[in-house]
Design a protein around this ligand. Sequence first.
Ligand code: BG6
Length: 487
Amino acid sequence: MQRNPVAKLLLFGATGDLARRMLLPSLFGLHADGLLPEGLAIIGSARTDHDDAKFRDFAKQALDEFLSDDRKDESAIATFLDRLQYQAADLSDGKSFPALAKKVGDVAGGLAIYLSTAPSLFEAAITGLESVGLAGDTVRIGLEKPLGYDLASSREINDAVAVAFPEDRTYRIDHYLGKETVQNILALRFGNSFFEPVWNARGIDNVQITIAETVGLEERAGYYEGAGALRDMVQNHILQLLALVAMEPPARFDGTAIRDEKAKLFRSLRLMTPEEVPHCTVTGQYEEGASGGKIVGSYTGELGKPSATETFVAIKAHVDNWRWQGVPFYLRTGKRMAKRRSEIAIQFKPVPHSMFSGRGGLLQPNTLVIRLQPEEYVQLLVMAKEPGLDRDGVRLREVPLNLSLDAEFAGSRRRIAYERLLLDLIEGDQTLFVRRDEVEAQWAFVDAIREGWTANGTKPKGYASGSWGPSAAIALTERGGVTWQDD
Ligand code: BG6
């Protein structure tokens, strides 16, 4: 991979929550490890009326709050703050851009822009940047979600961006792709020979992908109420995980080969008809309950008004191609669930014939569990014989073959997903960014579900905070003879 680092980084949304929690600590992490290009200037921008000094204070506070103690190296923090500059700008106001261009200065050495803003501002932002020469050949742009709220609005945004930034200079962010464990799915599937022969409808019975969170609405009512779980988590993160699990083997580890395979997979997702949607999806909204040892309120209580927004969704999806014909992909995500957990469970087919049944031995089909967070491990659940003389029959038990990534790689620091993505943006590697054709196929799948909900007047079912969602989500899998992999 040829690196093509830029000399400047322009960060829109620089005083927002994402910047405080993730972007500034990530940039610092890269700086402290000597990974940022020598002399890279970081220019923050937002509506807040800061100057360079105030922005540095803001960044210092963010690092104090969000860096772990072992990363707080005062001299590295000081040299990091020296890189920071600030220019206030209102993206909806064309008059903001000349001052911005002046602050950024010459972009011949390359500029990476990171745009984290409401979708309604994209068009104005791109027009403004172009009008002051901040969109030329040496400039690339990173786009943070939400990139629209349906296929039509996502196309509009993509069209607006494409006017100034061709696809090879556009970096759409899905922070799940920056996670080490998510990239590990590729290593597991394509770095080992023994999975591939069974990685298809002959070997696999069903696939389950869960992203469960214990947090509720947090401070994001304005965004979340208009989004809901389907747009917030399924359209992007869950479908990206599905693609990595289900795509055909790419020929090379590069942006074109991997994204070609993911796009093909997204286009193979079966689009649900309005009649199918009630049988293949379940929506829920959290009510009062106990989460993380605390009594917590309902979604509508936190919101302060009635709402039909789903905070939980479960889906039975299908991939219509040769490899996956007939294999259900069960997807679910929710807020205020029983545990924080992101996990992929692959359930294999049972053995064709059990020689143990005559001797009382019961078999369970094998399961491969890829736990992405909070722990990082891969477990293969296999059958083993319990020790004993078998005089009362053979006793078999499911036991885990355990690969703990936490333990195996204990010596290496786990980076924040944004460290990887910001570095790739700065250096010009698109492999872990989402291409336009992927995003649009993802939206097509999600839109078909939403249309079904509208046509059927679907309202989310209540579920107690701290549970695994509405009971209908259990029925969704049980109807196919499958149980969610919960422990
Ligand atoms: C974001 C969603 O994209 O991902 C949030 O907008 C969600 O609602 C978050 O909480 C989850 O990310 P992670 O990395 O904590 O699993």
